[in-house]
Structure formats: C-alpha cells, structure tokens
Design a protein around this ligand. Structure first.
Ligand SMILES: Cc1cc2nc3c(=O)[nH]c(=O)nc-3n(C[C@H](O)[C@H](O)[C@H](O)COP(=O)(O)OP(=O)(O)OC[C@H]3O[C@@H](n4cnc5c(N)ncnc54)[C@H](O)[C@@H]3O)c2cc1C
Length: 385
C-alpha cells in the first residue's frame, strides 16, 4: 500500500464515503480511513433508514442542496440493485402555527415544490393509522421519502473502490500533523501523507478538530429509535408515508413499515450528552428510551403501539444553531471539514460528497454553502478557532 495520496479522508461514513466516491470518479487518488468498517452501528448512520424532505423546515436555504442530493441519490440508485430510495412521500404535522411547518410550506412555495396542506380531519381520513384531534394541521410532500442509509454507504464504498479509491477499515486515526502543503496522518500501525485532507469523522469530529488547531462547539447526543409491531393494512410503505411531527415541546420523526419490519419512530429533541468513546449502545438502558416514543404512539398512532420489535442507539453531533459545518479550514486551505450534521444530515450526504470533492479539488464549490461557514458568528461565539 502506498503511503502518499492526493487526498486522504478521515471518516468514511455518510459524508466521507460519498466524497470518496465523487473524488475517485473524477480520477483523484484518494485514501479513506475509518475507525470501523462502514456501514456500521457505532456512528450516526445506522438504523437502516433516513427521511429525505425537500421542503425544509430547518430553512429554505437548504432546498437547492436537498434537490441536488435527491438527483444524486437517484443516480446512485441506477448503479445498484440495493434499495437506495423509496418515494413514500413525507407527511409533516403539528399544532396549527408550528414555525417549522410554516417554514417548510414557505420553502415549498419559494421553490415551487409540490406540497399539499391538510387539516386534521383530512389527515385522519387519508391515513387511518393517525388519530389527530382538532387544532392540528399538516403538509404532505409526495416527491420525497425514505433513504436506506446503510445501503447508500455500502454502494458508495463499492463504487469508490471500483474507481480506484483505497479504504482502510478498523483503523482509527490517532494523530495529525498539518501544514499548507502536506499532512501527516498517524494510525496505530502506519502513517500516511497527503496533499489534501477531508475530515468527516461524525461524532468524533470534535476530538479531531483539536488536532487541527480548532475548537468546534459540537455537542454529541445519544439518540434512540424503536421499531413497533404495527398492522400492515395501516402502516405498510404502500399506504403510509414517512413523517415528522412538530409539537410545542416535542419533535418526532418516523417511517412506515417496510416488508413487515414495523413502524420506526424516534424523538429528535431528546437524548443524553455523551462522549462517543464512552456511549452506552444498549437500547433500553434508560427506561425513557422506549417510554418517550411509545407515549407518542399512544397519543397519535395507537394501532402502531404494539410490541417493541427492536431498538437502536445512534449519535447526533449538534452545532449551536443546528446548521452544518462544511468549509475549508480557516488557516489551511488544503483541509476541508464536514461536521455537525445535527440530526438532519443524511439526506444531504450525496450532495455534501459532491461539495467536498469540489471544495478540496478547486478550493471552491458551485453550491452555496455560506450557511455552513466554519467562521459564522453562531460558532465563533462558542469556539476558539
Ligand atoms: C437516530 C438518528 C436518526 C436520524 N434521522 C435522520 C433523517 O431521518 N434524515 C436525515 O437526513 N438525517 C438523519 N439523521 C442524521 C444523519 O444520519 C447524520 O447527520 C449523518 O449520518 C452524519 O454523517 P457523518 O458522516 O457526519 O457521520 P458518520 O456517518 O457516523 O461517519 C463518521 C465516520 O467517521 C469515522 N471515524 C470517527 N473517528 C475516526 C477516526 N479517529 N479515524 C478514522 N475514522 C473515524 C466513524 O467510524 C464513522 O464511520 C439521523 C441520525 C440519527 C442518529
């Protein structure tokens, strides 16, 4: 194995593996290094599925990247027999007046995205698996749906290797020496050098940032999801959409049952602060792991509140404003950083992979990534870049 590469990518998960593919496709000599064997259950991409929404409650600035990402996922789908995307549609609902939903609706208007606005009666009658009282409303986006995150990473991995990328698995990067022209990347057994570096280590980015001379305000959260026994007649992918729910003090998201796997549900705004090296990955270690999500089912989807089939633990890496960090290093323009995907990043992984490949190759990208600047005030006030 060679010891010098044009680009080394530290962290070959959602963002890093996609970047590795787009770089190797353009002929760049790239080495991906991962602490585990992606896709795997130790980071932020496990649990089979992720929602992709185009109308975006987190801010209409995300829409162009969401649409480009969808195009790239569709392209990836053509390269594999694995399922990458299913167009189940995504329903959002909450109390009438939810700011998140208002922004999703405004973003759909701004970008002419198909979106149906519905009241609680219309939601209840169209999806009898949902029981909403009066005073709720929703929006349904028929063009969006569900990504199969582990299949996506597996496919990017296969295609990147076919294009000549090298991948080192089960090899944590333990130290870095950086400078404008050449970086030295140390693992336990070997060291490598590269002209350019992409750091996309998910929940471990905070630890690696310190070795890049950065202090990024990243908060790692333990998150859980559960799969529940639910009748196919009401919750199968053919009849039930992906969904998100914005309530005054609670945010949930969920997935229809694919081939009898059960209805999957998670709570977005609940989780424990953790060190990624010390996280307890056993679902149910805290009684709230199941209680918080079952309580939602009892209220709004009672027929899906069957037995728990399985649960899974995963990690969010949050920034203070919950926007991503995708940028070049403030001092070293041969280093790109992709971090802080704040629990809503997977849908963009294809687009972020493209952005990173352009950024590290040309020092700039055709996409507008100003929202994700590493020197934005929301980060600077909390960090010591
Ligand atoms: C429960 C849950 C539900 C979610 N739901 C959605 C959703 O519906 N829609 C959506 O868009 N997003 C969702 N997300 C968010 C999304 O999954 C993440 O934003 C995304 O996976 C983050 O990608 P990443 O590349 O930063 O991290 P990862 O995919 O975890 O990749 C980071 C990689 O870096 C490697 N690494 C770490 N340290 C080192 C090191 N020192 N040396 C070498 N390698 C290293 C890790 O092994 C890992 O493979 C969800 C996340 C969770 C946890």
């Amino acid at each position: 194995m060679k010891t010098h590469y044009e680009v080394i990518i530290i962290g070959a998960g959602s963002m890093g593996m996609a970047a590795g593919y787009y770089l190797s496709r353009q002929g760049t000599e790239v080495l991906l290094i991962d602490a585990f064997d992606p896709p795997h259950s130790n980071g932020s991409h496990a649990g089979e599925t992720r929602l992709i929404r185009h109308a975006y409650g987190e801010g209409r600035q995300y829409v162009p990247l969401a649409l480009r990402s969808q195009e790239l996922w569709n392209e990836l789908q053509k390269e594999t027999t694995e399922t990458i995307f299913k167009q189940t549609g995504v329903l959002g609902f909450g109390h009438t007046g939810s700011k998140f939903m208002e922004e999703a609706i405004a973003s759909a208007e701004a970008y002419h995205l198909p979106l149906e606005i519905l009241n609680s009666e219309e939601i209840n009658s169209r999806w009898p698996g949902i029981t909403l009282p009066n005073g709720y409303s929703g929006c349904y986006e028929p063009a969006s749906g569900v990504l199969f995150s582990e299949n996506g990473i597996r496919t990017y991995r296969k295609l990147a290797l076919e294009k000549g990328a090298q991948l080192l698995t089960n090899t944590p990067v333990i130290d870095l020496e950086i400078n404008e022209n050449r970086n030295i990347i140390h693992t336990e057994e070997r060291s490598f050098t590269s002209d350019k570096l992409i750091v996309s280590a998910g929940a471990w980015n905070g630890k690696l940032a310190a070795k890049l001379g950065l202090s990024l305000p990243l908060q790692v959260k333990r998150q859980v999801v559960g799969w529940f026994e639910a009748p196919d007649s009401l919750y199968d992918e053919q009849v039930f959409p992906g969904f998100f729910v914005d309530l005054p003090n609670e945010i949930y998201y969920g997935f229809p049952s694919f081939q009898g796997c059960g209805l999957k549900l998670g709570r977005h705004d609940y989780g424990q602060d953790v060190d990624p090296n010390k996280i307890n990955r056993e679902f149910g270690i805290y009684p709230q792991d199941e209680e918080k999500i079952r309580d939602f089912l009892n209220r709004y989807m009672p027929q899906a509140a069957g037995d728990l089939i399985k649960g899974k633990v995963c990690m969010y890496t949050k920034t203070p404003d919950e926007h991503f960090i995708i940028d070049l290093h403030p001092q070293y323009k041969n280093i790109a950083i992709a971090a802080g995907f704040s629990g809503h990043g997977f849908k963009f992984a294809s687009g972020v992979g493209e952005v990173l490949s352009q950024l590290i190759t040309n020092g700039k990208t055709e996409h507008d990534i100003s929202l994700f600047s590493i020197t934005r005030p929301a980060l600077l006030s909390k960090s010591t870049i």
